[in-house]
Write a protein that binds this ligand. Structure first.
Ligand code: AMP
Length: 215
């Protein structure tokens, strides 16, 4: 089972991905996580990507396509895949179709999680994460036990550069302009499932889980 999680920042893709990983025999791949790791490691890719991530802009298609192509070659063929944050443009989606075909796979379902701009701003604006272990908190929805400190390792929490309020609006704009057209692309292939992501994450997951089990 190969899936794509589609949705604007803060639609809850990361949470849904974790639960899918818990319940299905799949591995998770996030181009955002890979790019942040490249930046933290100070690689050439990281140096190129950093200003784009900081500005809330997309990294060029050829670069993310290359990252996914390499990753796919090494992926365990016995397990399904959850793509999170990729593809983000129609050009990336077309490249993914070709890359998947080349390794004898195909995308089965695209889960499009829809939220409003107001929800995105409210959710991201309060998001804090641990720079050490990646744990994510929210000022009102999921506060850490001790303000400003990671529950798991005690590290001081930070607000991701691209989660700062002035960047959120740009990330959402990029989503509307470049990623939203993917819904039509996959709808025309008959594999799009749209979910209302403004609801509680568990409610969204129950619907998603039932749909995946029915495949
Ligand atoms: P994410 O964690 O998925 O929200 O990604 C964070 C940032 O990484 C995005 O705002 C983009 O700058 C960059 N990025 C991640 N995935 C892609 C992609 N598929 N195409 C272009 N840029 C990406």
């Amino acid at each position: 089972m190969n899936l794509i999680l589609l949705g604007p920042p803060a639609a809850g893709k990361g949470t849904q991905a974790q639960w899918i990983l818990r319940d299905f025999d799949v591995v998770h791949v996030s181009t955002g996580d890979m790019l942040r790791k490249a930046i933290a490691d100070g690689t050439e890719l990281g140096k190129l990507a950093k200003p784009l991530l900081d500005a809330g802009k997309l990294v060029p298609d050829e670069i993310v396509n290359g990252i996914i192509q390499e990753w796919l070659k090494a992926a365990d063929p016995g397990k399904g895949i959850v793509f999170d944050g990729f593809p983000r443009t129609v050009a990336q989606a077309k490249a993914l179709d070709e890359m998947m075909a080349a390794v004898g796979r195909r995308i089965d379902t695209v889960l499009s999680i829809q939220v409003t701009e107001a929800t995105v701003v409210e959710r991201i604006g309060g998001r804090w994460s641990c720079p050490k272990d990646g744990a994510v908190y929210h000022a009102t929805n999921r506060p850490p036990r001790e303000t400003g400190k990671c529950d798991r390792c005690g590290e001081a929490l930070i607000q991701r550069d691209d989660d700062k309020p002035e960047k959120i609006v740009e990330r959402y704009r990029q989503y509307l302009e470049k990623t939203m057209p993917l819904a039509d692309y996959y709808a025309s292939k008959g594999c799009l499932l749209t979910l209302d992501g403004t609801r509680d994450a568990q409610v969204v997951y129950d619907e998603l889980n039932a749909a995946l089990k029915a495949i």
